[in-house]
Design a protein around this ligand. Structure first.
Ligand code: ZN
Length: 141
């Protein structure tokens, strides 16, 4: 844990749980629905349990867990949506603690790639929480 890191501090306090709480958690990763004002419905965030910057700092176990979970999460999002593509993005510019955005682009969306990400898309908080619950149920099986 890094006491200067907002993600480490969030992990340490049950009072700072994100929207829909962490609907998935294992020894290496936590997953939650992104805040409603940060992206379209079904935008998810993976956060590493341990404080490190990027893929070069992952242990073999963390890398294996990440790959397996990414595959399962993308399959689940596709099952519950009409997403044509799901963008997996790792910026690490704002907070230097590993986290990965999964952003779905639906078939009808005109923009793709960077122009899509530059759009000011938000979602409804109630729908985001409901989706997180569906994903929790799906992933607990
Ligand atoms: Zn951290």
């Amino acid at each position: 844990m890094n006491k200067n890191c907002v993600l480490c501090l969030k992990h340490a306090s049950p009072k700072t749980q994100p929207l829909g709480v962490y609907f998935y958690s294992d020894a290496h990763l936590r997953v939650y629905h992104a805040p409603a004002d940060k992206g379209p419905l079904r935008t998810l965030l993976f956060e590493s349990q341990r404080h490190f910057l990027d893929f070069t700092n992952m242990t073999r176990e963390e890398a294996a867990s990440y790959g397996t979970l990414l595959k399962r999460m993308i399959a689940s999002i596709k099952q519950f949506t009409r997403a044509e593509r799901i963008y997996s993005i790792v910026f690490l510019e704002g907070v230097p603690h590993f986290h990965n955005w999964l952003v779905p682009r639906r078939k009808g969306d005109k923009e793709k790639c960077i122009p899509f990400l530059e759009k000011d898309i938000t979602c409804n908080e109630k729908n985001a929480v409901a989706l997180a619950e569906k994903l929790r149920k799906k992933l607990s099986k």
